[in-house]
Design a protein around this ligand. Structure first.
Ligand SMILES: Nc1ncnc2c1ncn2[C@@H]1O[C@H](COP(=O)(O)OP(=O)(O)OP(=O)(O)O)[C@@H](O)[C@H]1O
Ligand SMILES: [Mg+2]
Length: 334
């Protein structure tokens, strides 16, 4: 199978900080590849290098066979880019936003107009094409920006947090549309996201990045399977008793306990079988269980396993950053 993206030991240093630390991976043609990582992990820096906006300190990457260092113009022709912050111009209509990009890529007028019509139709905005983007919802604006990224018909599209801050319905619409793009056009997708459901829904493979390095790379299913313990029991005690953690840890099916205040998160195989014994033991120790729940592993747990952080907290920080990040960015015409 052909490789749409081939990353070779790519590195970016900002002074003493190594934001991207010798990362290598490959993405197949037509694949949807996800990058997951906490704030500051280096995802945007990596994407900026792959999309020729930033020069690597070391290493390189090949996009559709073109070297990002030696042949950035050819790379740019082969990629669509949807950056993290929204960049469509609020003072222009959807159609005008598309026109500016079409002209930037020097697409002849006739082809350009036909393509703009098709793309706006595909993202469900054709009826609003002459409305100012300022009147759009966040989801509509995002769909416009994805359409805009496809104006020159590239085989690969890079999306940095495509649904950040959207409501569940808006997110769904973007997902469905991205899936259609893959099916109908065989597009290769490179996505960074903080939404586990998004990674699970869209991505064939996911790389988890932390401190500039890939700490895990696999299909969502394999990532989950590679973590010891198929279930997680979350249990809240009235008060944590000495010796309890050691007792739980000594049970054969328990792989790991994460302790937080009076909560234990127990990674375990066949968790349901432990609960009665646990209740009994806690009672014997003269303590009470306030709450107990059992669930199967999710990609969120995989993320915590590798990064030690919860992705939900990260998401909240990012959304507050994004509000007001919709600075209109003007491109020169022609
Ligand atoms: N132009 C720059 N100059 C100096 N440091 C930078 C620059 N751009 C990024 N960094 C630093 O590099 C690190 C990686 O940042 P990056 O934006 O790539 O992270 P990210 O994974 O995209 O984070 P987020 O989830 O918040 O979008 C951070 O520590 C950041 O402060
Ligand atoms: Mg980023």
């Amino acid at each position: 199978m052909g490789k749409a993206i081939k990353v070779e030991n790519i590195t970016k240093r900002f002074g003493d900080l190594c934001a991207v630390d010798s990362i290598s991976y490959e993405v197949n043609e037509g694949e949807c590849f996800g990058l997951l990582g906490p704030n500051g992990a280096g995802k945007t820096t990596l994407i900026r290098m792959l999309t020729t906006l930033l020069k690597p300190t070391n290493g390189t990457a090949f996009i559709e066979g073109y070297d990002i260092n030696r042949n950035p113009d050819a790379v740019r022709k082969n990629i669509g880019v949807v950056p993290q912050a929204m960049t469509s111009d609020l003072d222009l209509t959807a159609w005008e936003n598309m026109e500016i990009y079409g002209k930037y890529y020097q697409i002849p007028k006739k082809i350009r107009q036909k393509r703009i019509g098709e793309l706006l139709d595909m993202v469900g905005l054709i009826n609003r094409k002459d409305d100012l983007v300022a009147t759009y919802s966040g989801g509509m604006r995002r769909r416009l920006e994805i359409a805009r990224g496809l104006i020159h018909n590239p085989p690969i599209i890079f999306l940095d947090e495509p649904t950040l801050g959207l409501d569940p319905q808006g997110r769904r619409l973007v997902w469905e549309f991205l899936q259609r793009l893959r099916k109908e056009r065989g597009l290769t997708l490179s996505i960074t996201t903080h939404y586990m459901e998004e990674a699970e829904f869209l991505c064939d493979r996911v790389a988890i990045i932390d401190y500039g390095k890939i700490v895990a790379l696999d299909t969502p299913m394999e990532l989950k399977r590679n973590i010891p313990g198929s279930d997680i029991i979350t249990i809240t005690f009235d008060e944590v008793t000495k010796g309890l953690k050691e007792w739980i840890n000594g049970l054969p099916s328990v792989h790991r306990i994460i302790e937080e205040f009076n909560d234990y998160q127990i990674y375990i195989d066949n968790g349901a079988s432990l609960i009665p014994r646990l209740v009994e033991e806690v009672n014997k120790m003269g303590r009470r269980i306030v709450k107990v729940s059992l669930r199967e592993l999710t990609l969120e747990d995989v993320f915590i396993h590798y990064t030690g952080r919860s992705i939900r907290e990260e998401e909240a920080k990012k959304i507050s950053f994004l509000i007001g990040a919709g600075v209109p960015q003007k491109f020169s015409r022609g």
